[in-house]
Design a protein. Structure first.
Length: 166
């Protein structure tokens, strides 16, 4: 009887491990982010550029996500630019959820930014910031602190953060 119990326990552990491994194979970064957004958990985000952010995920698309940062900024990030994310003592997620919107990175950045907002666009190790004048299909027009104008292409941007105008 003891041998049967031991065999059944080993079989159950093996089946559980196999199921977890199969579930993990279907996980995607977008799926993980959607599930963490549904929980309302704060995350720490590290970009491939080394920039770090902390906040709560608000929206996830197939190629981007929107975060409300602790600094009262909004952040739109390309998923391909995410190096890692961190949760604090949270339960694991399966990572199989579907994105919450079909909108792409450029559309999300354009929808969140309003003229007068302070905008910072990051592309690799480079960032440029200024007051938003206008936003087009794939370009942001910024007025820099010294009065110069900058036209920033969104196609190569990794992230766009916005601080609402006072």
């Amino acid at each position: 009887l003891a041998e049967v119990r031991v065999d059944e326990a080993a079989s159950t552990r093996s089946e559980t491990a196999e199921r977890l491994a199969r579930d993990a194979e279907d996980a995607t970064m977008a799926g993980v982010l959607v599930e963490l957004a549904e929980r309302g958990e704060a995350i720490g985000l590290t970009m491939a550029s080394g920039r770090q952010h902390r906040g709560r995920i608000r929206l996830v698309s197939p190629d981007a996500m929107v975060m409300a940062l602790e600094t009262r900024h909004w952040l739109v990030v390309r998923l391909r630019s995410v190096a890692s994310l961190r949760t604090v003592q949270s339960q694991p997620v399966a990572g199989e959820a579907e994105p919450s919107t079909g909108s792409r990175f450029e559309r999300l950045a354009a929808a969140l930014a309003e003229p007068g907002d302070w905008v910072v666009v990051g592309s690799g190790p480079t960032t440029i910031g200024g007051s938003l004048v206008s936003v087009g299909a794939d370009v942001m027009h910024l007025r820099l602190d010294n009065g110069d104008r900058s036209y920033v292409g969104l196609a190569g941007a990794d992230e766009v953060s916005m601080r609402p105008a006072p």
